[in-house]
Design a protein around this ligand. Structure first.
Ligand SMILES: [Zn+2]
Ligand SMILES: [Zn+2]
Length: 432
């Protein structure tokens, strides 16, 4: 429900806020909205309408009117959309399941035309990323058709949202200041590392360590700020990825095309039919906090960050602290799924095409040691060698040292032998 609601809400929310902060014209917009809302029943709740009016009245005497009015409009729109979406979500979900689940996923992949085996410039990139254990891009690929396909309404809305956020990021350099850049960088560390890699990925998706609930929820909240969906959805998709890595059932394998694995999969509801099933994240959906984040997700991912940053530092902070930061963190996370499944080296015989990639290792706070990760999914440490920089693991160790993390999981010796490239070691593991 929440994913659908964000797809409906986000473009409207972002347009309203962008317009208000860029032009400062929200003052004259609001009376129209309020009037129309009453005329057309746009705001069915009289409390909401009254709240909007009150905000507007307050804004006339306030020195910073825009953000207060904008937030009232946004919250009103959010409440309206959430109600509307809730009634339709169930039937739509069933329709999607009926429409998209193929008899066998392999057959669907075979129906697509096989692509060229060599990616342009691929071997140069491979040399850049690896001096040993090289795996060149020689895998059979079945590239997806991105444009000549049926686009669901939700696909269009996601594309519009992505375009809008990228457009905002493009504006950021025109409003450059060192403190705005610093705000963006700190936001990248808080949402990208504490939120996505430490919380969403290592703690929630793979249960690689435990911590007090209050710490767990705080970190998960940082993840919601990264605008990569709420924890239940993110974790479910990621567990689907591990359950079928680089097979036809994978949510985002580069064997379906490099762009597909990077971001194309996010714009194709039909092509990622397996994501409808969220039963693999029931451990999260049982907890009130994650259901709360699911229900109110747009508020945390979009509304509060934009309003807060605008109050703090005006337009430059919004452009750097939200738009540029979200886009940067998106592409870093997406590169784990694309670049780290294409270029790098394999220390372990995982049977998939996951790679250890030093650049993504650095930029994605340790997640680029992705072959290590696919070998030992539950390990809280991804950079297994001393030189494989893994900022997320260092942070988990820091939490452990002050008693805020425990039960840290690491690769077992038996599994290390089993996945070794050394034939003798692997054979002895098989016998044992
Ligand atoms: Zn994982
Ligand atoms: Zn992967």
């Amino acid at each position: 429900m929440a994913r659908r609601s964000i797809s409906l809400l986000a473009p409207a929310v972002a347009i309203v806020l962008l317009f208000s902060v860029v032009t400062g014209q929200l003052n004259f917009l609001v009376p129209q909205l309020s009037h129309k809302g009453q005329m057309m029943g746009l705001l069915s709740s009289s409390t909401l309408t009254q709240g909007l009016k009150t905000s507007y009245a307050a804004s006339e005497s306030s020195s910073q009117p825009h953000w207060a009015v904008a937030s009232a409009v946004v919250v009103a729109l959010a409440a309206r959309n959430l109600r509307k979406v809730a009634t339709k979500a169930k039937t739509k979900k069933q329709q999607l399941r009926d429409m998209t689940a193929p008899d066998t996923a392999d057959a669907v992949r075979e129906e697509r035309k096989k692509g060229a085996k060599n990616v342009k410039g691929g071997s140069k990139m491979q040399r850049f990323f690896s001096v040993r254990n090289r795996k060149f891009w020689d895998f059979t690929v079945w590239p997806r058709t991105y444009f000549k396909r049926v686009w669901e309404k939700k696909d269009w809305l996601y594309a519009a949202l992505f375009g809008l956020i990228h457009a905002g990021a493009f504006c950021a350099p025109f409003y450059f200041s060192w403190d705005a850049l610093a705000v963006g960088f700190v936001g990248y560390v808080i949402t990208g590392m504490l939120g996505i890699t430490l919380s969403y990925h290592r703690q929630l998706a793979h249960l690689s360590f435990k911590s007090p609930k209050v710490v767990e929820y705080f970190m998960a909240y940082c993840g919601a700020l990264a605008m990569q969906s709420h924890p239940i959805n993110w974790v479910s998709s990621h567990r689907h990825h591990h359950g079928a890595t680089d097979t036809a059932n994978d949510v985002h394998s580069p064997k379906d095309g490099f762009w597909w694995s990077h971001a194309g999969w996010l714009l194709d509801q039909k092509g990622t039919w397996m994501r409808v099933d969220k039963s693999n994240a029931e451990d999260l959906s049982k907890q009130w906090f994650y259901r709360f984040l699911q229900k109110t997700y747009p508020l945390h991912a979009i509304v509060l960050p934009i309003v807060g940053l605008y109050c703090w530092g005006g337009l430059p902070y919004v452009l750097w602290g939200f738009f540029a930061r979200v886009v940067w963190t998106w592409h870093i996370t997406w590169a784990v799924n694309s670049v780290s499944h294409v270029w790098g080296f394999q220390d372990w015989n995982t049977g998939d095409i996951s790679m250890n990639n030093w650049l993504i290792g650095i930029l994605a706070f340790g997640e680029g040691w992705h072959n290590n990760h696919h070998a030992f999914e539950t390990s809280c440490r991804h950079g297994l060698k001393w030189w494989q920089i893994d900022m997320t693991w260092y942070t988990i160790k820091l939490l452990e040292s002050v008693g805020l993390a425990w039960d840290l999981k690491y690769p077992s010796e038996a599994k290390k032998r089993k996945l070794s490239w050394d034939a003798d070691e692997a054979a002895s593991a098989a016998i044992a």
